[in-house]
Design a protein around this ligand. Structure first.
Ligand code: SF4
Ligand code: SF4
Length: 209
């Protein structure tokens, strides 16, 4: 037996009460925020918070300590990539967005290294399974940087090994704020494909480290 549809009153069918309600809510917030911001200018009512719009990307949001936004490949003390190309992260990844190409390492103590390590951030769901799966602590998401959100081509959203290693180097040498500053500067300059660091991936370097 079908459930009878609820009948709308004439006022509800006109939508006028809802429109009036909506305008009233918007007006109330507008007046409240305008009043509070004006009072704050004169040093009054500072304990009452007014709504604030963050003018991103010029203004920075403060991320929580638990924020995990972007990946990085960790480095050995000599700056080489720690990853041993075991493919566990790529296997664990539910979005199948990690692409690794393994190569023989010139050091006989190390079996393999990633010739290519790429993350397609358009497919990534930022679940952290790759970090959990890694037995070498070679991939982390502790950069406190959000993913890049701009680009004109699909390739602009693919993070290469050089980019992922560069994040670790910047984090170690200049701190987490520097990562965001670099990203904002890059955005202000027009964006495009992320630049690879020639110091990290010099042409002809067998290890890419
Ligand atoms: S965060 Fe999740 S979806 Fe993204 S690369 Fe890691 S495992 Fe894959
Ligand atoms: S990042 Fe870790 S899990 Fe992924 S291939 Fe490298 S060593 Fe293996």
């Amino acid at each position: 037996m079908q459930t009878p549809r609820p009948r709308l009153s004439l006022a509800e069918r006109l939508y006028l009460p809802q429109i009036v309600d909506g305008v009233a809510v918007t007006t109330r917030h507008f007046v409240r925020n305008l009043t509070l911001h004006t009072l704050h200018l004169f040093g009054l009512a500072r304990d009452k918070r007014a709504a604030v719009t963050t003018q991103y990307p010029e203004e920075r949001k403060v991320y929580s300590e638990g924020y995990r936004g972007s990946h990085r490949l960790t480095l050995e003390p000599d700056g080489a990539v720690r990853c041993t190309a075991c493919f566990l992260c790529a296997t664990a990844c539910p979005a199948k967005c990690i692409h690794i190409e393994a190569g023989e390492h010139p050091d006989p103590q190390i079996e393999k290294y990633p010739v290519r390590y790429e993350i397609d951030t358009l497919q990534c769901i930022y679940c952290g399974m790759c970090v959990e799966a890694c037995p070498c602590d070679a991939i982390r998401m502790d950069t406190y940087v959000h993913p890049r959100l701009w680009g004109y081509r699909r390739e602009d959203f693919i993070e290469t090994k050089a980019v992922l290693m560069e994040r670790s180097r910047v984090l170690q040498e200049r701190g987490r704020d520097a990562l965001m500053e670099d990203m904002q500067r890059f955005y202000a300059q027009g964006g495009g494909a992320l630049p690879a660091d020639p110091q990290i991936a010099p042409p002809g370097d067998a290890t890419g480290a």
